[in-house]
Design a binder for this molecule. Structure first.
Ligand code: PL4
Length: 391
């Protein structure tokens, strides 16, 4: 028999979002027929806008024709889509050949860790999307991960002056789970910190499309010099309802180098061409549609719908006396649960109000005492949640 990869012993037995699914299933087994209100996992609920779904369908139909058929594409993605991502989402900030299209941000976060090997040291925001930590541990890093506490007390931005140097700094803005967004000044501090320490930032901008305030940065490359210290991942998942279609991207700038002066971008190309065969051609046709003017208008409406749900829920929670963060430039509400721990609050919400949430402690120690509500719910579920919480 073959021994298990010992890195698995560093992980908790179950991944957070699998735990949430299991809790839902157990509850429904005990309470058949109960309709749950889904504010838990951040998964989109609205259909893909018709303009985009028609382009997806047309691409699928084309594959059944002699002239429209295509097989393997480039591991880096369709060059036209790479160019459009740079032009539409990063005007004057990155070049198309620095954009690498993928099957999603989470998948890229997992693959990116290959670039730096197992002896890498990392810092993550606390609370944090669990994949940064679990993915690093799976690569073999020790579990001495620097946690950058992000709480209401520090306005969800870490005190960089007290942090030790790490090789990598994972940073997510708009943030999952706190719903906070770093300002330009804060991102500049982060970039300066990375430069001083010769660290690399892995910036997760999966929710950039949800930023409403034009003053807030949507990309780390809005900060001068960030292309020397940062990789950025992005996603069509929440932007266009592609959580099931699967499409994302990663920017690896030309200027980004290893300590020996060699190109990180070249190593990324070597990595993806070795262990990845590029995103689906159908999904990429959908991505191109999202970036057309009509596609942009339709995803804007989609985002407005989710953000309106976030606002309604936030107002109602505040009226009921809860302390609520986020929900203004991000699709998550981060709600204090004063007198209970977050798993107890999760269970109470599930059992008494039939609301599925995500306990803050699942995102790290600094998430204890909070509950996360996702605004990707249907308008109907948002109304039901408002009613249930008011009661
Ligand atoms: C449940 C900060 C959600 N099974 O869809 P992707 O791979 O392009 O993007 C995933 C992703 C990347 N970065 C951040 C994210 O928050 C997410 C999605 N997170 C959530 O509820 O926190 C979905 C989680 C999914 C998962 O494990 O990612």
């Amino acid at each position: 028999m073959v021994a298990k990869n010992l890195n698995f012993s560093k992980l908790k037995s179950s991944y957070l979002f699998i735990q949430i699914e299991q809790k839902k299933t157990e509850f429904l087994e005990k309470n058949p027929g109960v309709e749950l209100i889904n504010l838990g996992i951040g998964d989109t609920s609205s259909p893909i806008p018709q303009f985009i779904s028609e382009k997806l369908a047309a691409a699928a139909i084309d594959l059944g024709t002699v002239t429209g058929y295509s097989g393997y594409g480039s591991s880096a993605g369709n060059p036209q889509l790479r160019k459009r991502i740079s032009e539409v989402l990063y005007p004057n900030l990155v070049d198309g050949d620095e954009v690498f299209v993928s099957d999603g941000s989470k998948c890229d976060i997992g693959r990116l860790q290959i670039l730096f090997g197992r002896d890498v040291t990392i810092a993550v925001q606390d609370p944090t999307y669990p994949v940064y930590v679990d993915g690093t541990l799976l690569q073999g890093a020790t579990d001495e991960i620097v946690k950058m506490s992000c709480t209401p007390e520090n306005h969800f931005f870490p005190d960089l002056s007290s942090l030790p140097r790490t090789d990598l700094i994972y940073f997510c803005s708009p943030n999952n789970p706190t719903g906070s967004v770093a300002t330009k000044e804060q991102l500049k501090q982060l970039v300066d910190f990375a430069k001083q320490n010769q660290s690399i930032i892995i910036f997760d901008s999966a929710y950039a499309g949800f930023i409403q305030d034009p003053q807030l940065p949507r990309s780390i490359y809005e900060i001068e010099g960030a292309d020397e210290v940062a990789i950025e991942t992005g996603s069509f998942s929440k932007l266009a309802g592609f959580t099931g279609v699967r499409l994302g991207w990663t920017i690896v700038p030309q200027k980004l180098k290893y300590s020996d002066g060699s190109s990180i971008r070249d190593t990324w190309i070597r990595t993806i061409s070795t262990i990845y065969n590029g995103p689906s051609n159908i999904a990429q046709a959908g991505g191109l549609a999202v970036l057309e003017p009509e596609g942009q208008r339709s995803v804007k409406r989609l985002i407005e719908q989710y953000m309106s749900g976030a606002q309604k829920l936030a107002v109602s929670l505040k009226q009921s006396g809860f302390v609520v963060y986020g929900g203004e430039n991000a699709p998550y509400l981060w709600v204090r649960c004063e007198d209970k721990n977050s798993w107890d609050s999760f269970h109470e919400l599930l059992e008494k109000s039939h609301i599925v949430s995500t306990p803050g402690a699942g995102f790290g120690m600094a998430g204890e005492g909070f509950i996360r509500f996702s605004a990707f719910a249907t308008a109907d579920d948002i109304e039901k949640a408002i009613e249930a919480l008011a009661n």
